[in-house]
Design a protein around this ligand. Structure first.
Ligand SMILES: [Zn+2]
Length: 357
């Protein structure tokens, strides 16, 4: 018994003092993806719903509807639930007692992304989706400073133009390309993407198609080899606001394809293979009822529920978590820092705690 205790003690001591093997961190988000859709696939409440764009969507039901939640989520997100689950720890399934919630009370995008990037909520100042410079330093800026990185080594590619303000507190600290924004320079592929984003227009004014954001980010990953990269996609939220659950499903399915490509790229590049941690999450949830599923915000309590998957050399591949203490959105920032070997404990703006599955 004593011997066993000793072994456990030595083991946990050595783990605590371990320097992380992570050299690079990639954060990737899909806006406002509900935990219900992620963990249980196509929602039975919405599957035939006229007002959710599903009345004539027999093709979507054929593609995504199955009899059990497990089979449905595998149809919707095959990479996430057949491959990633084996190499990740996944938080946020409310029905399995693994909650993850936002601490901001706004439950909209800017407060959510800021909580992810700064490790705290700031409801008095960031009280909605208003475009102003983030008043707090983001982990992207902190990582650049602490690791003494060139500006090109910390990058953010976002579909939503507000990331120009959310991503950094001092303009120009990191590389940001967000909304309809041309990319200056780069190779022929990058120039093509930059041109095409202005011509293949989505129905929304303040966000370009996710395809361009993702492809530009991947091209940047392959050529500039950033140490910290944030890819943030938006269409899942836009289609939900437009009450088009059929397109929400398609966008989540596309997001899953992006994850497959991203992990494929990581595994194929010596600079990233075995030394890259990936965090996949969302900025807010949405309602859980017929009249609230498309929205989110202060008045929709279920929008506080979010989720996260993390994978990499310093993360135990625990799969879908169950019966664990609640974690918070503000924990993402200190998790990113500690994965990079930066101790967040003395930083007084960071109120979250690193997540260690
Ligand atoms: Zn959002």
């Amino acid at each position: 018994m004593l011997k066993k205790l000793f072994v456990v003690l030595v083991l946990s001591l050595s783990l605590a003092g371990q320097t992380p093997r992570t050299k690079n961190v990639i954060l990737i988000t899909a806006d406002g993806v509900r935990w219900q859709d992620l963990f249980t696939g196509m929602d039975p409440m919405l599957k035939d719903e006229k007002d959710a764009g599903m009345k004539d969507a027999a093709d979507r039901r054929a593609r995504y509807w199955r009899d059990t939640p497990e089979a449905r989520r595998e149809q919707l997100m095959p990479f996430f639930w057949k491959d990633l689950v084996k190499r990740a720890a996944i938080y946020g399934n409310v029905t399995k007692n693994s909650p993850m919630t936002v601490t901001n009370t706004l439950r909209v995008s800017y407060p959510g992304y800021s909580e992810i990037l700064t490790g705290h909520s700031n409801d008095a100042v960031i009280d909605g989706n208003v475009n102003f410079q983030n008043p707090s330093r983001t982990v992207l800026e902190i990582a650049r400073e602490k690791l003494a990185l060139d500006r090109s080594k910390v990058a953010l590619f976002g579909s939503w133009d507000s990331f120009k303000w959310i991503g950094e507190s001092k303009p120009g600290t990191i590389t940001i390309n967000a909304g309809y924004e041309a990319w200056e320079g780069g190779n022929a592929r990058m120039r093509d993407l930059s041109r095409a984003q202005m011509m293949a227009l989505p129905p929304w004014d303040d966000a370009r198609h996710d395809y361009f954001t993702f492809e530009m980010a991947m091209e940047y990953l392959r050529t500039a080899k950033p140490r910290v990269l944030f890819i943030t996609l938006d269409e899942t939220d836009d289609w939900a606001h437009d009450k088009r659950y059929d397109r929400v499903l398609d966008s989540i399915h596309y997001f899953d394809q992006c994850l497959r490509e991203l992990f494929g790229a990581i595994d194929s590049m010596p600079e990233y293979k075995g030394s890259t941690s990936v965090i996949v999450t969302t900025d807010h949830g949405r309602g859980d009822k017929l009249d609230t599923w498309s929205g989110h915000g202060k008045k929709i309590p279920d929008a506080a529920n979010v989720w996260m998957a993390m994978a990499g050399p310093d993360t135990r591949a625990a799969g879908e978590m169950h019966d664990v203490p609640e974690i918070h959105q503000r924990d993402v920032a200190p998790t990113i820092l500690s994965l990079l070997g930066i101790d967040p404990s003395g930083m007084k703006e960071i109120l979250g705690r690193p997540v260690k599955p």
